[in-house]
Design a protein around this ligand. Structure first.
Ligand SMILES: [Fe+2]
Length: 177
């Protein structure tokens, strides 16, 4: 499991443990699916970097993204992608996976879809543990079906909590129906 957090990461110890579990899941799936090395590296790098600014403060996140509208909790993926671009990262699948991992995106290739699933299915989260572990075990053989189910579950939660759906999230769901 190579890779690490970038030098500019702002993450708590708890967050680092979450990131490591996400990367472990992506690594396991990529091996079971026998991905080409470059694609496996993209998945794992996206895993390491997706939450690198998850614990940054609001001012930092709004300064990096220039966004004044979205809730602070939705900005860290956009901000991390900006930082990665500044550093010269140019793999589109990695950048798009990191950028949209909180929203979901209809134009994702497998890296974005895998990260979105791993973020939700990693074993450290305390809800629906048996169901999520089962779904995680199915990803290598039923990638698209599990992705659709995870999108559905995440949207159901968002609506139940009374939170807004972004246009990107709605477009993702409509692309899967
Ligand atoms: Fe995450």
């Amino acid at each position: 499991m190579k890779g690490d957090l970038p030098s500019w990461a702002i993450v708590s110890e708890k967050r680092r443990a979450h990131i490591e579990r996400v990367v472990a899941l992506l690594d396991e799936w990529s091996q079971k699916m026998q991905l080409p090395a470059a694609e496996a590296d993209a998945w794992i790098d996206a895993g390491w970097w997706h939450d690198a600014l998850r614990d940054a403060d609001e001012t930092t996140l709004r300064t990096i993204t220039g966004n004044v509208d979205l809730p602070t909790g939705m900005l860290h993926g956009l901000a991390a992608a900006e930082r990665l671009v500044d550093e010269g990262e140019n793999r589109r699948d990695v950048l798009e996976a990191v950028r949209w991992h909180t929203f979901g995106h209809a134009d994702w290739d497998r890296a974005g879809r895998a990260l979105y699933m791993a973020d939700f299915l990693e074993p450290g989260r305390h809800f629906m543990q048996a169901d999520r572990a089962f779904l995680a075990s199915l990803v290598p053989e039923a990638f698209d079906a599990v992705f659709r189910q995870v999108v559905r579950m995440r949207i159901e939660w968002t609506v139940r909590e009374g939170k807004a759906l972004t246009v990107e999230t709605v477009a993702l769901w409509n692309s899967l129906r």
